[in-house]
Design a protein around this ligand. Sequence first.
Ligand code: SAH
Length: 355
Amino acid sequence: MTLKEQIIRRITSQGPMRLDEYMSTCLLHPTLGYYTTANPFGTKGDFITAPEISQMFGELIGLALAQCWLDQGAPDHFTLAELGPGRGTLMADILRATAKVPGFHTAGMITFVEAAPTLQDVQRSTIAPHRATWVAEVDDLPEQPLFLIANEFFDALPIRQFLRKGDQWCERQVGVQDGDLMFGLGPEQPQPMLETTHHSAAEGDLVEICAGIAPLTATLASRIATHGGAALIIDYGDWDRRGDTFQAVQSHAYVSPLATPGQADLTAHVDFSAIAQAAAPCLHTTLTPQGVFLERLGITARAQSLAATLAEDALQNHIAAHRRLTHPDEMGNLFKVMGLYPDGSAPPPGLERST
Ligand code: SAH
């Protein structure tokens, strides 16, 4: 039975499904989920992420994390962590770029937070001969300094959507009509949690919430505030979120999120204000466009030095990759970066303290 048939059967017997349950079923169903069965990354896959576009992305992230580690006195033992590493390309580039930072590799314990067992195997071979540890949750990260990167991880966390109706809310749900999946609205109900975060919503406004952000960020912030470290969170999104950003991508094209459960990537824009709110007792940086961040870290100088070794198609691809990562019309503005770091330490390179 396909995942779509299973979901239709589940809705027919138990009623409409919340969006967060639909999203996590489609992405992480143990045998039919998107991340658990597919290898969706790269030009042949469904979408391409920054580290798959160019090695420069991971190199600069690696040097930024190593600089944070040096700024905080180069602790002897720390966790070098990545949330949702995909194919492991970003960590491989981080490790190559930081190989000459004295003591960094000896002190760092590479740890991946990854839900999909098949991707763990891919990550293991990508970073070889380096060795990593895998944990299922951020709560399992060890109690020691934590230097962490999360690129396009938060956008995969399940969301819920609510429509404002008078002083109540209707939850958007997945139902079944004429044997196929369709969106519908649940009954009007009060939602006290939304009255604090979205009290200004007008009649007919659709708001999204991601319940996973707060506990996850709080755990990271607690590790960093207690033991030192830093987190770089990179994703598409903005300071706030209003409207429907739930989307599905398959073979580099947008498709309906209900069309092919388990075969398309499902994401939603990240509300960085929710990360900032949950970041206490850490400090967080201002939200910085990815293009600005990478320019500040020196991507243009790195691009020029790599260009000197390339010719013809490889050179054209390299120039296009630099533009794709940084240009405001491409990923440069849509993607944003926020850093978390301990009070009393410098913010991560390329980012500024939020006042
Ligand atoms: N960071 C990578 C890939 C991003 S895709 C890159 O930049 O290329 C999202 C990744 O997060 C995948 O590895 C996916 O399996 C993982 N993932 C998604 N939801 C997760 C969850 N709830 N817990 C752990 N890993 C998750």
